[in-house]
Design a binder for this molecule. Structure first.
Ligand code: FMN
Length: 165
């Protein structure tokens, strides 16, 4: 008999630490619920300065190459993808979805943001995954302030329980 319920991969991109903090919180909740969890960062092949990232993120659908993951997607029962809202497009997440969507297990999305137009952004990524026929568990947005002030904990726990039980 397995010692854990599900093998869950958390993949995150975080440039100022908000998404990474949510990733750590999610790992804690999921492990406490009996899952086996691995966390890995989605990293650019060539890191760019803030201003270039900002300019590029205005181009819908833009993608920039990411480094190969150490984790094998096939080894997991579910995926939690956490990333920040970048204007209209997140080039690293676009690259990841473009290249890996056929191999993704049931997937949930968390988008962190400053607080501008996040629902439409999340919906756009859910649509992108749906069109790529990725089995979807759900999605949620978290504002930076609510993560910084610890207000995200309760909603995060409820969402994780719904997506991964
Ligand atoms: C290039 C760039 C574009 C951004 N665009 C938006 C935006 O359109 N709407 C918003 O609410 N926040 C925007 N933000 C703020 C981030 O989404 C927010 O601070 C997020 O929590 C940062 O997550 P991180 O610390 O994991 O990188 C942007 C940040 C960057 C760096």
């Amino acid at each position: 008999m397995a010692l854990y319920k599900k093998r869950i991969l958390i993949l995150q991109h975080s440039s100022t630490g908000v998404s990474a903090k949510l990733g750590r919180m999610a790992r804690g909740h999921l492990e406490a619920a009996g899952h086996k969890v691995r966390v890995e960062a989605i990293r650019p092949r060539r890191p760019l300065p803030y201003l270039l990232n900002l300019i590029i993120s205005f181009i819908p659908g833009v993608s920039l190459p990411t480094l190969e993951l150490a984790a094998k997607l096939e080894d997991f029962d579910a995926l939690l993808l956490i990333f920040p809202k970048w204007t209209f497009a997140h080039p690293l997440i676009n690259d990841f979805i473009k290249n890996q969507s056929r191999r993704l297990p049931p997937t949930a999305l968390i988008v962190t943001c400053g607080g501008w137009d996040e629902d439409r952004y999340l919906e756009g990524y859910l649509r992108k995954l749906r069109e790529a026929r990725v089995p979807l568990l759900g999605g949620e947005t978290f504002r930076r302030k609510s993560v910084d002030r610890g207000l995200a904990t309760m909603i995060l726990r409820l969402k994780l329980r719904r997506w991964f039980s």
